[in-house]
Design a protein around this ligand. Structure first.
Ligand code: COA
Length: 185
C-alpha cells in the first residue's frame, strides 16, 4: 500500500495538553521503553519485545524515529510535565489519510499509570491531528476488557460507535474491538 506524503507535517510546536507534552523520541527514552515492555499487552499489540533488554528498547526507539520519515505516521514520546520524564508513547497512524481517517494508539509505562497521563496524551495528539487539513476522523480500536483504555477514550471525548466482531488477531486469537472516534467539528 502506498503511504501518504507527510513530509514537513510535523508540529511546529510540541503538542501539549494538561500534564503532558508530546515530543519526538530520543535514545535516552530507552529506560521508559524497558518499563513499558513489562506490560504484556504493549508487546502483544506492537513491536516492543516483552521484558526488553536495553538494546531491544533502543531498537524500538529507533523504529519510532523512522515512522515519520517512512510516512507511516507520527510516534510521539509522552512527557510528564511534572518532572519532565518520558512516561509513554502515542502514535497517529496515517495510512488512511487520503480517505480522511487516522488511527491513534497509546501506552503509558507502568510506573506512570493511573495519573491521567493517557487521556491528556490522547487530547494532545487529537489536537495535533486536526492540524492536518485532510483529516476528518480519528479512530481508536479498543478491546472490550480494556477498562483503562475505554476510560481514557471517554475522558478525551471519544464517542463509542460499536463493536467490531473478530476484527483482528492478537497473540494468535481473533479479538473483538470497540471502535471509538472523534470527527472534525
Ligand atoms: C490504557 C493505558 C494507556 C491507560 O494509561 P493511564 O495513564 O494509566 O490511564 P489514566 O491514568 O488516564 O486512567 C484512565 C482511567 O482508567 C482507569 N484505570 C487505570 N488503570 C486501570 C485498570 N487497570 N483497571 C481499570 N481501570 C483502570 C483510571 O482509574 C482512569 O479512570 P477514571 O477516568 O475513571 O479515573 C495504560 O493502562 C496502558 O498503557 N495499557 C497498555 C497498553 C494499552 O492498553 N493501550 C491502549 C490500547 S487500545
Amino acid at each position: 500500500m502506498e503511504l501518504p506524503e507527510i513530509a514537513d507535517r510535523r508540529p511546529a510546536v510540541d503538542p501539549a495538553f494538561g500534564n503532558v507534552t508530546l515530543r519526538a523520541f530520543r535514545l535516552e527514552d530507552a529506560g521508559m521503553a524497558v518499563d513499558l515492555s513489562r506490560d504484556p499487552y504493549v508487546s502483544a499489540t506492537g513491536t516492543l519485545t516483552l521484558n526488553a533488554t536495553a538494546d531491544q528498547a533502543q531498537k524500538w526507539i529507533r523504529r519510532q524515529q523512522t515512522r515519520y520519515p517512512e510516512g507511516v505516521g507520527f510516534s510521539f514520546a509522552v512527557v510528564d510535565n511534572t518532572e519532565g520524564h518520558c512516561a509513554g508513547f502515542t502514535g497517529l497512524w496515517v495510512r488512511e489519510l487520503p480517505a480522511g481517517r487516522a488511527q491513534i494508539g497509546y501506552g503509558i509505562a507502568l510506573s506512570f499509570s493511573g495519573r491521567g497521563l493517557a487521556s491528556d496524551a490522547l487530547c494532545a495528539v487529537t489536537s495535533f491531528a486536526w492540524t492536518l487539513p485532510e483529516l476528518h476522523r480519528t479512530e481508536l480500536y479498543i478491546e472490550p476488557w480494556n477498562t483503562a483504555s475505554i476510560r481514557t477514550a471517554e475522558r478525551a471525548g471519544y464517542f463509542r460507535e460499536g463493536l467490531l466482531r473478530s476484527h483482528q488477531e492478537i497473540s494468535g486469537q481473533r479479538r473483538d474491538m470497540l471502535l471509538y472516534s472523534t470527527v472534525r467539528d
